[in-house]
Write a protein that binds this ligand. Structure first.
Ligand code: URA
Ligand code: SF4
Length: 192
């Protein structure tokens, strides 16, 4: 099966998914988008209001900041792949429940298996927790303010990859002072 076929299958599965209750309140599920041959995979938390409307990841305020950060290291959306831990929006953007993360996890696992990124950038605590546990880094897991911008190398069946926790771009929408630390971390990403 080609990467296109695999991702098309996931898109179909997510469109019909009722594995947790979020299907009842979502408008559009958001599988993710970008290059299926991307070397860098970004993982956020869950769709918000705008993403749920459009069916696309990071298209609201946090998305505008994400685009600025990507541009600052000369990357475009087409160069990377971006998705979220949850594919459906939690009502009022509340935090994901552990049961929802578990129910939805098969989709992100499949995306990683299909895209085979060299680096996985975790945007915020929920993504960092999911990805670091998946790759056996639970001992290194700590609040994002302690581990942001560090690259953790792990060996996988697809070779060595790097896990890089980052602040969630949404933090800069309510605290403009967070833009600088985010930019600094993206520059590290450019060099790693
Ligand atoms: N925040 C996220 O975590 N993901 C999105 O897609 C948008 C905002
Ligand atoms: Fe299915 Fe995930 Fe949506 Fe829950 S959040 S309904 S598990 S796609």
């Amino acid at each position: 099966m080609s990467r296109d076929e695999a991702i098309a299958g996931l898109r179909q599965a997510v469109a019909n998914c009722r594995r947790c209750d979020l299907w009842k309140t979502r408008n559009s599920p958001v599988l993710g988008e970008g290059s299926l041959h991307a070397k860098i995979l970004f993982v956020g938390e869950a769709p918000g209001f705008n993403e749920d409307r459009q069916g696309r990841p990071f298209v609201g305020k946090a998305g505008t900041i994400f685009d600025q950060l990507l541009n600052s290291i000369n990357l475009k959306r087409q160069d990377i792949y971006i998705t979220n831990v949850l594919k459906c929006r939690p009502p009022q953007n509340r935090n994901p429940f552990p049961s929802e993360i578990k129910a939805c996890s098969l989709y992100l696992h499949s995306q990683i298996e299909t895209i085979k990124p060299e680096k996985i950038c975790c945007l915020g605590n929920f993504a960092a927790s999911f990805i670091m546990k998946k790759f056996g880094l639970q001992d290194k897991l700590a609040g994002i303010s302690l581990i942001h911008g560090k690259a953790f190398a792990v060996s996988t069946l697809a070779g060595q990859i790097e896990i890089i926790p980052l602040y969630h771009p949404a933090v800069a929408t309510y605290d403009a002072g967070m833009l600088e630390p985010l930019k600094k971390d993206f520059f590290i990403l450019e060099k790693t």
